[in-house]
Write a protein that binds this ligand. Structure first.
Ligand code: SF4
Ligand code: SF4
Length: 258
């Protein structure tokens, strides 16, 4: 399926904010260089002449599956790369799964004439196998470029497996938990962002999803030992990574401790 030796690539946004596609656009000069190595045949956000039917060598997918239409896009290729925490773990859109459908429609669709029929918001990785997962809300540009380069050279892209805390210590930041008594999710969250938030004086909200085997009990005990209320702990931990953290057992830990 190569066109003049270039793989046919599609970039798709399912239900989400398009932030990961914007990150690709922000690659600017690098993006031009990339366009010489790959043939982007379908990218609705950027091009008007898209081939919506051809089979693809690689599809980059962001967002969650929340409508039947989203599912169709996943059939375009067997080589799928998930971009962003929504596509990898469910992210912010999946937080709506716990809300009552009637309340959701009343609060969000009051002034809209047509309400799209939605299904439970789940990451595309729930429906089909993905070859590679790029977490982040949004993704890191350098990780995207490194991934494409690896795929072009036929190697397996490697992402850091360290937690955000490791990067935070390397930056010599003051710890938000120890010095500021804040709920910081750095120890449970996969690094790769360079501890961006703590480096700017803000606690990590866990946007890159969990590290392998996060120790929820130890983290919650650490927060509680510093006098942080259960209400605050549970509210702070219901953001970006909440859907997957809850599925992985965090909810039981919070309920048991409360
Ligand atoms: S501020 Fe957050 S990321 Fe940094 S060391 Fe403390 S817990 Fe870890
Ligand atoms: S510090 Fe945490 S919330 Fe901030 S960008 Fe990194 S993973 Fe995301």
């Amino acid at each position: 399926m190569l066109d003049n030796g270039k793989p046919r690539v599609g970039i798709f946004g399912l239900t989400g904010c398009a932030g990961d596609q914007l990150q690709i656009l922000n690659c600017e000069d690098e993006l031009l260089r990339l366009a010489e190595s790959i043939n982007i045949v379908d990218w609705v956000m950027v091009k008007s002449d898209n081939d919506g039917n051809c089979r693809l060598d690689i599809a980059f997918v962001e967002g969650v599956v929340a409508t039947e239409l989203d599912l169709e896009i996943l059939k375009r290729t067997k080589f799928l790369v998930a971009m962003g925490t929504c596509a990898v773990w469910g992210g912010l859109p999946a937080m709506r799964n716990d809300l009552c459908r009637e309340v959701l429609e009343r609060e969000t669709c009051e002034s809209v004439s047509t309400v799209v029929d939605t299904i439970e918001a789940l990451p595309p990785t729930h429906f089909v196998p993905f070859e590679f997962l790029l977490p982040g809300c949004p993704i890191e540009r350098q990780e995207f470029l490194a991934t494409v380069n690896s795929l072009l050279f036929g190697t397996v892209p490697e992402l850091p497996a360290i937690p955000v805390c490791w990067e935070c210590k390397a930056q010599e930041n003051t710890c938000r938990v120890i010095s500021h008594r804040e709920v910081c999710c750095g120890a449970m969250t996969r690094g790769g962002c360079g501890a961006r938030c703590p480096s700017h004086g803000v606690a990590c909200a866990g946007c890159r999803g969990p590290v392998e085997e996060p120790n929820y009990d130890a983290n919650i005990t650490m927060f509680a030992d510093r006098g942080i209320s259960w209400m605050e702990i549970s509210e702070r931990m219901r953001d970006f990574s909440a859907p997957v953290w809850m599925r992985m057992g965090l909810e039981e830990v919070i309920d048991d401790e409360r």
